[in-house]
Every structure is written in structure tokens, then in C-alpha cells.
Ligand binder design. Structure first.
Ligand code: PMP
Length: 398
């Protein structure tokens, strides 16, 4: 009898578990479209030039590694604020944004969730149906009851916007609504700017608490374009949360660089909110690590490196779009009869392919093409070498 005899085996993480299965697969043609990671046309994880340049400078003046402040590197937090809200925006210049460095976008969500649990212990959380797998688990573990709002319409291959609005309008005041700021994960379908206006009006009328998850800024239409939704929430006079991730946009997955920003009523309120966010951080992991935040701050705060980053991010965005088109063309050429052009109306890293669980399992077992059982494929992992194989494989299972 051990202390842990009664401990049950937890289920594997649906996505990271898929990775393990992929790594063990001996098929020489195997393609991993499971995890949300951008690979370049050679199938390699990129190390951005802007990151290398920043690191080179950092290496030339080695620095000791003391503890960071609880809320992270000041220059980093300011860069996040400027990126999310605009450097000269009213929320930034008036000082009413509380921003903390976080351990990835996940960390930003978790700090926000823990703070919200103290602030509104009885609020419910609504996530999109479907959503990033971790949203439900993260908010549930923070103590919330998590439900969904209508989002994806499989028949229509798009967003059931009427349903989404109806869900929001039916929510109790104070409900926390997790919204994907851009590049919806897993479906790849975003709502239009006009539809955002209606969502914002509903959120405002019903007194809901918006929590924007921005994990893919720059992967949709552009850095400013993808971030424009934040300006809409500001203009509506709402208080809200934004989590930021640089995992994808800087290809710094393993450095765990992210943030949380909370838009408050005024500067004094922001300082009180910041003090509470710091307690959440202090009691979880004390303070964030240095390297990733220092790299991102160095890039965002240096005009030359910033221009380099924008160019490199733009190249990633363009390559993903080209792969979407190649996928549509390739599927047609491989004999797929149904219209797959919806793939090019989706945006960001993912495509909800519409394939069934059985088809996804066949793709995996017979062809070594790995996507999630829900039919989600990471189009950012397609390249000129694997695209034909993937198209042939899909054509054989549909
Ligand atoms: N939110 C969404 C919607 C995501 O897709 C991801 C990453 N897969 C995250 C948050 C978390 O990002 P990070 O890896 O920086 O924690």
C-alpha cells in the first residue's frame, strides 16, 4: 500500500498524446498535422533571424540572472501593451492597462482565471463550441463551471453567428466569455468586423466579462488587422482581459513567452488590479524566467529588429495561405469530388477539414498523416514536399 495506490491514470493530452504516437511511428512518409506549430517549407521549426540577432547582442554583453520582478521585465510588459493596444492609444497613455509577463499564453490565461475566481467566484465561463482543448480544462481547474457558446456550424462550414449571439444574449450578467481574438483554434473560422460589433454590443448589454485570447496575432491578416478587435472593445468602453502568446509569432514555443493585460477604468484601478495579479503569480511560480521575455522585448523595442520580425511573420502568414491554396488544388487533382475551397476561407494555422473521426484514424493508421480526431489539421505544417502525399492520403479516405 503506497500513498499513491488510489491514483488513477489520467487520460493523455489529446494533442501532445498524438505527438508521442507520431514520434513512435516508423512510416517514413509520416506527416504531423496534429500540434499547432509552424514549420517552414523544409519541415523545420524556424529560428527567426530577429531572434538570432537579438540573442547575438545579448550574448555580447553577458548579464547575471537575478530574479525578475513578479510581473516580469518592464520593457517587455510595455512592449506587450503597445502591441496589444497601440503605443499611443488612450488606454496605454492613460496608464489604465495592467500587464504582466506570463509563462506563455497559457500562463496569461491561468493568471487571469485565478484572479477572476477571486473577483467573481460564482461566475460561469463560456468558451466557444468547439475551442482550444485547454480552455475548458484550464478554467475548470481554476474552479469555474465551464459551458460553451455556439460557434461552429459544420453544415454551413462556417460560424453559426446567430447561434453565437443567442448564446451570449442568454448568458447571465457577469459571465466570463473567452473569445478568440483572431485565427480561431480549432476551426479556422473567424467572425467579421461587423459581427464583432454585434458581439461587443451583446457583451456590453448583458454585462458579460470578455476574456480575449490572442495566441495568433499576425497569422491571420496582419499584426494590426488581427489586433484591431482590441480597439473595438476599447471603443465600446468595456473592461476586459487579453492574453498574449509569442509562442507562434516568434517561434519561441519552448521559451514560454506570453502575457496578460487587463484594461481597467483608470490608472489607480490598474495599479490595484496589478497588485492582485502579482499575488497570483507570486503564489504560483514567484516570477517569470528571463530569456524569452528579454528576446521579445529586444525585438519589439528596436525598430530594425521589429521590422525584421514583421517581415518574417509576414512570410509565415503568406506561406500558410499558399499551402491552403495548394491543399485545395491538390485535393481536387487527387480526385476529391467535394468542394474543398472552404479551406481558403479559413484563417490562421488550422483547418477544420470536415473529416470524420474514422477518416482521421485511417489517415493516421494507414498513411501516417496525423491530425486530431475532430478533423483539425495544422496547415502550417504542410510544405511543398509533403503536400502531395497528404492530398493523396486524404483522397483515399474521403
Ligand atoms: N490559446 C490558444 C487558442 C492556443 O491555440 C494556444 C497554443 N496552442 C494557447 C492559447 C497557448 O499558447 P502558449 O503555447 O503560448 O501557452
Amino acid at each position: 500500500m503506497s500513498l499513491f495506490t488510489a491514483v488513477e491514470m489520467a487520460p493523455r493530452d489529446p494533442i501532445l498524446g498524438l505527438n508521442e504516437q507520431f514520434n513512435a511511428d516508423t512510416n517514413p512518409n509520416k506527416v504531423n498535422l496534429g500540434v499547432g506549430v509552424y514549420f517552414d517549407d523544409n519541415g523545420k521549426l524556424p529560428l527567426l533571424q530577429c531572434v538570432q540577432a537579438a540573442e547575438k547582442t545579448m550574448m555580447s554583453t553577458p548579464t547575471a540572472r537575478g530574479y525578475l520582478p513578479i510581473d516580469g521585465i518592464v520593457a517587455y510588459d510595455n512592449a506587450v501593451k503597445a502591441l496589444v493596444f497601440g503605443a499611443d492609444s488612450e488606454p496605454v497613455t492613460s496608464g489604465r492597462v495592467a500587464t504582466v509577463q506570463a509563462v506563455g499564453g497559457t500562463g496569461g490565461l491561468k493568471i487571469g482565471a485565478d484572479f477572476l475566481k477571486k473577483l467573481s467566484p460564482n461566475a460561469k465561463v463560456l468558451i466557444s463550441d468547439p475551442s482550444w482543448e485547454n480552455h475548458r480544462a484550464l478554467f475548470t481547474n481554476a474552479g469555474f463551471e465551464v459551458d460553451t457558446y455556439t460557434y461552429y456550424d459544420a453544415e454551413k462550414r462556417g460560424v453559426n453567428f446567430e447561434g453565437m449571439l443567442a448564446s451570449l444574449n442568454a448568458a447571465a450578467p457577469g459571465t466570463i466569455v473567452v473569445l478568440h481574438a483572431c485565427c480561431h483554434n480549432p476551426t479556422g473560422y473567424d467572425i467579421t468586423p461587423e459581427q464583432w460589433d454585434q458581439v461587443i454590443a451583446a457583451v456590453k448589454a448583458k454585462g458579460l466579462t470578455p476574456f480575449l485570447d490572442m495566441a495568433y496575432q499576425g497569422f491571420g491578416h496582419g499584426i494590426a488587422e488581427d489586433g484591431a478587435v482590441i480597439g473595438k472593445f476599447v471603443a465600446a468602453g468595456l473592461n476586459f482581459f487579453v492574453s498574449t502568446s509569442f509562442s507562434k509569432s516568434f517561434s519561441l514555443y519552448g521559451e514560454r513567452v506570453g502575457g496578460l493585460s487587463v484594461l481597467c477604468a483608470d490608472k489607480e484601478e490598474a495599479s490595484r488590479v496589478l497588485s492582485q495579479l502579482k499575488i497570483v503569480i507570486r503564489t504560483n511560480y514567484s516570477n517569470p524566467p528571463i530569456h524569452g521575455g528579454a528576446v521579445v522585448a529586444a525585438v519589439l523595442n528596436n525598430p530594425e529588429l521589429r521590422a525584421m520580425w514583421e517581415k518574417e511573420l509576414g512570410e509565415m502568414r503568406v506561406r500558410i495561405k499558399a499551402m491552403r491554396q495548394k491543399l485545395v488544388d491538390g485535393l481536387k487533382a487527387a480526385g476529391v469530388k467535394q468542394d474543398m475551397s472552404f479551406i481558403t476561407t479559413q484563417i490562421g494555422m488550422f483547418s477544420y477539414s470536415g473529416l470524420s473521426k474514422d477518416q482521421m484514424v485511417r489517415l493516421r493508421n494507414e498513411f501516417g498523416v496525423y491530425g486530431t480526431d475532430t478533423g483539425r489539421m495544422c496547415v502550417a505544417a504542410l510544405n511543398s514536399k509533403n503536400i502531395d502525399y497528404v492530398c493523396q492520403a486524404i483522397a483515399k479516405v474521403v
